[in-house]
Structure formats: structure tokens, C-alpha cells
Design a protein around this ligand. Structure first.
Ligand SMILES: Cc1cc2nc3c(=O)[nH]c(=O)nc-3n(C[C@H](O)[C@H](O)[C@H](O)COP(=O)(O)OP(=O)(O)OC[C@H]3O[C@@H](n4cnc5c(N)ncnc54)[C@H](O)[C@@H]3O)c2cc1C
Length: 456
């Protein structure tokens, strides 16, 4: 939705807000403004009218009420990792939750309450003290909030579902400045909507997650010689579709220094350690040239992909889901991989299966419930002069793969791609989400996201 140019803010009203806050407020030109408005994707450079870094839920209520009174839209930044950059908006009020990161673990009840600015690494570290974990994503500096609200696909989804499946309750500031708890017994419609419906319904101040016993796992990866890439690509989707819940994988097609397409599979086995070998036998029979699957401390696994996503890079991503790959689709992937403009890019295949796939598509707002992989064309580069070639390559590959993909798209990896794609992200749950939006955010104050229009 286009954001209207706001009228200039009344300095006295801003000063009044500032003096009421426990946290911080930044105006354009002030120290801290540029740091707070920065997000992971260097392509995004937006300038909010005002940035509030809340210290607590009261600050969020004040900022949301201020925005409403001044007819301004609100954006919310958790970890700032969303590639579409929706955490920051031009001309509205931005809430930067990075000052709210406390985490409390109740090991007896196997729950953790985490404030909305926490990063994956912080929640994992806190729960691992007790040998427990909740499913999150695979890069440890991602924010828990955006990841969880959109779904959250990670290394243990086969055994324990998505991050959103493990949200027992959430504390939320709504657009009228109200503060409520959404759970199965309390505002159950909102509890349903925030598990896959993104940041459309209010500002989450904290999540309470269920935890599972996860300690050391068997993890690492296999990579294959370039001569075998085609054969492995033809084999992999069926292997992924039939593997046990305990094995969750994230594969990637890239290119080597000679421009040849190469394929690697990262994996986590969260079952009995001895059993990983029989689960991997079919994949190993294809002759990997590196095979490094070993006992690994869970936090080490959770940060093992971080180095592939350094800060200050330009990103352009396109995503879809697929179940199998025809020979024709494999040929398309091989052709484009060989022409990938940036060696730092990749064509990712993140598996969603097992417990995550068995949830009814209408049980939470996340609708893509079947065993499948997300095909994520993940372009990243360091030099802005290379933007055009990388964006063009990504779009051309996405278009060429469209005939082989399913209609859906993962909301957390969606760019600014228009209403049809937003609807595809929420699937059959869209109308129900629009009705919930009409209750909790009828004026669409929270529109800096993959936006659901409130039902009239
Ligand atoms: C390097 C990288 C790796 C990734 N890996 C995975 C992965 O393994 N699995 C996976 O599922 N996803 C993954 N993602 C996608 C990720 O889930 C999304 O980018 C997600 O939005 C990041 O959350 P964030 O809090 O960092 O985002 P932000 O950019 O801070 O926020 C994104 C949106 O979330 C909403 N939001 C954030 N905080 C709040 C809040 N407190 N209340 C209400 N709404 C809020 C807002 O609508 C905001 O616009 C990855 C992304 C990157 C860049």
C-alpha cells in the first residue's frame, strides 16, 4: 500500500512523547537515527519521520498511540533481517525493538518467554543451558520476531514443527494502544493469526515458546563433485520427500571457480546418533567429495551458516515452493547456476516436512503444510554497480522456474511483489486473516509488512 506523505510532525508533541518514554527516540539527523534505521539488506535505505527504541511495552503503547493520533503508519524492527526491508518505512513511525531482549526459561515447564528484540542466537543460548530448544531458523543473527510471525523454518522442523507452531502465547500491543495476551484461551483468533500472518496485527512484545529436549545433534554437510551435480539434483527431491522426521536438510546449488554448478546438502539429525548413517546411505551412495557429518553442539549448528551472510551486502531474493524437480526443471537450474553473476549467491532448497508438514493448513495462519522444499533464489553481492545484473539474473531464473513451482510463497522471503504474491503467501487463510485484521487493526496502522487489507 502506498504510504501517504505525512504532514510535518509537531515538535512539541514529539518532545512530549520523548519525555514520556523509558527508551530512546531518534529524529532525522540525531545521533543513533542512521544506526536504528539500518537493516540487513543494503538495498534498503528508508527514512522514518521518527524512530522509537522502546524499553518496554509501555513505550510501545505510547509510540503506537502517537502514530495513530498523527495518522502515521508504524513499522516494527525485530532483528532487521527481512530482505524486503519492511522493518523500516519512509515517513512513518519506526519501532526498533533491539532494546528489548530479555529471555526467561522455565526448564520445568519447558517454556521460554523471549522479548521481541531477541536474536536467534540469544534464545538458543538461553535454552541450551537446560538442554532444550525451540525450532528457529538457520542463521543465528536473525530476529526471533519476524521469523516466528511468518512461520520459521529451521533445522528441527521435521521433529518439532515451525517456530510459529511452538508459540504458546504472545503479548501484543494493538493499534488502539491496548495490551493483551493472545493464547488458545484468550484472543484465540489473534493467536491463530500471528502464527504465520506476520506483523499485521500489532506489536508483539514477547513470545512464550514451548521447548523440546535437544542437545548435541549429528550435523554438517555433504558436497558433491561438479560432474555429479545433475545426477544429485535429480535424486535429491525424492530423497528429501521420503526421509525420516529426524533428518532436516537445507541444500544449495551454486557454482565453483570454473563456473560449474555444484550442489551441497547441509543437514541436522536430531534422532539417535547411530541411526544417521542408515538415513544418509542413499545420499552417500552418490559419491560426495566432502562428507562432514559429526556430533555437534546445537548452538554451533545454529551459527554454522552465519559466515555466508555477512553484513553490508546487497540482497535480492525470490522464493517459491516445489515438491519434485522434473528433468526439464533440473536443466533450467543447471543453466542458470552456471551463469550466476555473484559467487556469493545460491539457489537454496530449504526442506519443510515431518511435524511441520503434518499440521492442518488452517490450524495456524501458515498455510503451506505439506512435505516440500522452499526454492529460494538468494542473490547477494557487495558492489552496488552489480545490482542490475544480479536482479536480472534472479528474475530470469524465477520466471524460468515458475512452470515447475507450486503457487505458494513463504511470506518471510517475499519481496515487494504485488498483491497476488501476498495472497499466495497466505493462501486459503487470507480471508480469515483479513477478518482478524479488521478487529485488531481496522485502520491498517501496521501496513509496513506483507500487508493484509482489513475486511471492510
Ligand atoms: C540471512 C537470512 C537467513 C534466514 N534464514 C531463515 C531460516 O532459516 N528460516 C526462516 O524461516 N527464515 C529465514 N530467514 C527469513 C526471516 O525469517 C525473515 O527475514 C524475518 O522477517 C526476519 O525476522 P527479523 O525480526 O529479523 O525481521 P525484521 O526485518 O526486523 O522484521 C520483519 C517484519 O516482521 C514484523 N515484525 C518484526 N518484529 C515484530 C514485532 N515485535 N511485532 C510485530 N511485528 C514484527 C514486521 O512486520 C517487520 O516488517 C532468513 C533471512 C535472512 C536475511
Amino acid at each position: 500500500m502506498p504510504i501517504q506523505t505525512p504532514s510535518p510532525l509537531n515538535p512539541a508533541a514529539v518532545n512530549k512523547l520523548n519525555s514520556a518514554l523509558h527508551g530512546q527516540l531518534f529524529r532525522s539527523g540525531e545521533n543513533g537515527y542512521d544506526v536504528a534505521r539500518k537493516v540487513f539488506n543494503a538495498m534498503v535505505d528508508r527514512r522514518p519521520a521518527l524512530i522509537v527504541r522502546p524499553a518496554d511495552a509501555d513505550d510501545i503503547r505510547l509510540a503506537v498511540s502517537f502514530a495513530r493520533e498523527n495518522d502515521l503508519p508504524v513499522s516494527v524492527k525485530g532483528g532487521g533481517h527481512n530482505v524486503a526491508g519492511s522493518a523500516v518505512l519512509d515517513g512513518g513511525v519506526m519501532l526498533d525493538c533491539s532494546g528489548m531482549r530479555s529471555i526467561r526459561v522455565d526448564a520445568d515447564k519447558r517454556t521460554a518467554q523471549a522479548a521481541a528484540g531477541a536474536l536467534l542466537a540469544e534464545l538458543d543460548r538461553a535454552t541450551q543451558v537446560y538442554g532444550l530448544a525451540t525450532p528457529l531458523g538457520v542463521v543465528s543473527v536473525t530476529g526471533i520476531a519476524g521469523l516466528t510471525l511468518g512461520g520459521g523454518i529451521g533445522w528441527i522442523n521435521g521433529c518439532y514443527g515451525l517456530a510459529c507452531d511452538n508459540v504458546l502465547s504472545a503479548d501484543i500491543v494493538t493499534s488502539d494502544g491496548g495490551f493483551l495476551t493472545a493464547s488458545p484461551d484468550n484472543h484465540a483468533d489473534l493467536h491463530w493469526a500471528i502464527r504465520g500472518g506476520g506483523g499485521n496485527f500489532g506489536v508483539v512484545t514477547s513470545f512464550t515458546y514451548s521447548l523440546h529436549p535437544v542437545g548435541q545433534v549429528m550435523a554438517g554437510g555433504l558436497s558433491f563433485p561438479a560432474e555429479r551435480t545433475k545426477e544429485v539434483l535429480q535424486f535429491y527431491p525424492e530423497f528429501a520427500a521420503s526421509c525420516p522426521d529426524e533428518l532436516s536438510m537445507s541444500a544449495s546449488l551454486g557454482r565453483d571457480d570454473l563456473g560449474r554448478p555444484v550442489f551441497g546438502v547441509g543437514l541436522c539429525w536430531c534422532g539417535e546418533p547411530d541411526e544417521v548413517n542408515s538415513a544418509l546411505r542413499p545420499l552417500r551412495s552418490l559419491g560426495p567429495n566432502t562428507d562432514a557429518v559429526m556430533p555437534m553442539d546445537y548452538c554451533t549448528l545454529q551459527s554454522s551458516h552465519d559466515a555466508g551472510f555477512p553484513p553490508e551486502r546487497y540482497h535480492y531474493w525470490k522464493s517459491s515452493f516445489f515438491t519434485g524437480l522434473t528433468d526439464e526443471a533440473v536443466d533450467v537450474l543447471l543453466h542458470f547456476a552456471a551463469e550466476m553473476p555473484s559467487p556469493a549467491s545460491g539457489i537454496g532448497m530449504q526442506q519443510l516436512h515431518g511435524a511441520a508438514a503434518r499440521v492442518d493448513p488452517s490450524a495456524t495462519a501458515f498455510p503451506h503444510r505439506k512435505s516440500q522444499s522452499e526454492l529460494l533464489i538468494l542473490s547477494q553481492w557487495a558492489d552496488p554497480a552489480e545490482t542490475e545484473s544480479n536482479v536480472a539474473w534472479t528474475r530470469a531464473l524465477f520466471n524460468a522456474m515458475e512452470p515447475f513451482a507450486s503457487h505458494g510463497v513463504y511470506v518471510n522471503d517475499l519481496g515487494e511483489e504485488g498483491d497476488d504474491r501476498v495472497r499466495a503467501a497466505y493462501g486459503a487463510n487470507y480471508d480469515r486473516l483479513a477478518a482478524v485484521k479488521a478487529i485488531y487493526d481496522p485502520a491498517n496502522t501496521f501496513q509496513s509488512n506483507q500487508n493484509i487489507r482489513p475486511t471492510a
